[in-house]
Design a protein around this ligand. Structure first.
Ligand SMILES: CC(C)(COP(=O)(O)OP(=O)(O)OC[C@H]1O[C@@H](n2cnc3c(N)ncnc32)[C@H](O)[C@@H]1OP(=O)(O)O)[C@@H](O)C(=O)NCCC(=O)NCCS
Length: 162
């Protein structure tokens, strides 16, 4: 997938060393404690490896005007496959509700089309109304529900690409 994506308010480009502390802070919002620099380096290295092997990755999102890191968005294998990957995103709480996830994910949909992929998936906890709404706005439709030992009830949504 293309790794430089620009939207009206956002831009996405490959991970850099300077993103490490921002990503540690983002992860610390959802997990107990802050991951080490080394652990986050491994997460980023895994994304770079995914780009080489699968041709897609997660990308850091920056606001174009403010220039700050607000989260990430991209494609992962997740519970799906290399041919029909999952779209994924996570943003800092302080920027939720401003349409940023929908805007970033819309650009990632376009990037997925450019790889020639024909279908995307997303698996979302059934409690996660904001994420389900983002996917609805992007034209994803509910396909089925599964039960995950760790995540509980998981909704599988899918979208055909042109
Ligand atoms: C999911 C997430 C990325 C959404 O980011 P965001 O930038 O706030 O999303 P957007 O602003 O583009 O859209 C959110 C939509 O959900 C709606 N929404 C948010 N909370 C809601 C609630 N409790 N009930 C109903 N709708 C809700 C918003 O109103 C908005 O819809 P609208 O445009 O029709 O008003 C963000 O909540 C997040 O980072 N969550 C933690 C990580 C996560 O859950 N990732 C997804 C894993 S599957």
């Amino acid at each position: 997938m293309p790794v430089h994506l620009v939207t009206e308010r956002l831009h996405m480009r490959p991970w850099a060393e300077s993103d490490i502390d921002d990503l540690r802070a983002l992860i610390s919002e959802r997990d107990d404690g802050t991951p080490t620099v080394e652990h986050v380096r491994e997460i980023i290295a895994a994304q770079e490896a995914a780009m080489s092997t699968a041709g897609f990755t997660l990308l850091p999102i920056r606001r174009r005007v403010e220039g700050d890191f607000i989260g990430y968005c991209g494609l992962i294998v997740g519970r799906a496959t290399v041919d029909e990957p999952e779209i994924a995103y996570e943003l800092f709480r302080r920027v939720h509700g401003r349409g940023y996830a929908t805007e970033a994910a819309g650009a990632v949909l376009g990037a997925a089309v450019e790889t020639g992929r024909k279908r995307l998936w997303s698996t979302v906890g059934s409690w996660n109304t904001p994420s389900l709404r983002v996917l609805e706005k992007l034209g994803f439709a509910r396909n089925h529900v599964s039960i995950d030992d760790r995540a509980g009830e998981v909704v599988w949504l899918t979208r055909l690409l042109p």
